[in-house]
Design a protein around this ligand. Structure first.
Ligand code: NAP
Length: 249
């Protein structure tokens, strides 16, 4: 008997962590991945790059901050596959390198708002669009890519830069994860957040100790949780601890 195919949509997946997650998921048996990117050419290039490794993925353009783009990708997925089983909310921005982000007193409100728009509101937008497809089949796995910089339990003592816009956005994303998990109690739709660790990507820079491939491990674990698996939890990168470890919010 063949395992029914799961459909996985990964936001912001033409490069960096999103690409690594898409690649790893596509290597799992029975998962069809939809790579998405803002620029169509970026997505096609990623699709071709994966094809050179023998990895076949589908592609659709997606800007998570744009309502019609989100509606279009959801309608297309429904028409093409009849469902979405896995949603990886990976797309994100991080303005921490801007000098004003060293302090709450100098942080530009426009920067904070645009960071919240991509890292929190856009996750709410695509979740609202995709969730009905999951509810129709009572199956879904939603993975929100956060950061340990958003752990309120450690924020007072950690060694990271203040990074107010980025941190506030990911704290918001963590809150969204808990609220959604509460709404999804008793269903087979599981939503969790995780921190991939500091990775060598355009966002993380070349000094980062780990690769996007390593950061992708926990996403694959959460995307393939069995029924009654973790719900509304915050996980660390598995590579650091050798297995799934829950972080404090
Ligand atoms: N790198 C790290 O050390 C680190 C650590 C902790 C958490 N994270 C999180 O991991 C995730 C991926 O980061 P990364 O390191 O892979 O960064 P990255 O290389 O800069 O990639 C970010 C991705 O998000 C996409 N994106 C941004 N705004 C978008 C929008 N409006 N619509 C659709 N896609 C959009 C980008 O597309 P474009 O190319 O079109 O801009 C790109 O594909 C982010 O959520 C980040 O906060 C990263």
């Amino acid at each position: 008997m063949t395992t029914p195919q799961k459909i996985a949509l990964v936001t912001g997946s033409h490069k960096g962590l999103g690409y690594a997650i898409a690649r790893k998921l596509a290597q799992q048996a029975g998962i069809q991945v939809i790579v998405t990117s803002r620029k169509e050419q970026d997505g096609f290039t990623a699709q071709q790059r994966l094809a050179t490794e023998g990895i076949q993925v589908d592609f659709h353009p997606l800007d998570v901050t744009n309502d019609s783009s989100v509606q279009q990708v959801t309608a297309w997925a429904q028409k093409t596959y009849g469902k979405v089983d896995i949603l990886i909310n990976n797309a994100g921005v991080n303005p921490t390198m801007q000098a004003e982000e060293a302090s709450l007193l100098t942080m530009q409100l426009e920067t904070m708002l645009s960071t919240l728009a991509t890292n929190v509101a856009a996750v709410a937008r695509i979740t609202q669009a995709v969730l009905p497809l999951m509810q129709a089949q009572n199956y879904g796995r939603i993975v929100n890519v956060s950061t340990e910089m958003a752990s309120l339990a450690t924020i007072g003592s950690d060694y990271y830069p203040l990074a107010p816009s980025y941190r506030l956005s990911k704290i918001g994303l963590n809150g969204l994860t808990v609220l959604l998990a509460k709404e999804l109690q008793g269903t087979n739709i599981l939503v969790n957040a995780y921190s991939p660790g500091w990775m060598k990507t355009d966002m993380g820079g070349s000094d980062a100790p780990f690769t996007a491939d390593e950061g992708a491990e926990t996403a694959v674990y959460l995307a393939t949780l069995p029924e009654h698996g973790a719900q509304g939890k915050f996980f660390a990168e598995m590579r650091k601890f050798g297995g799934p470890i829950a972080l404090t919010w």
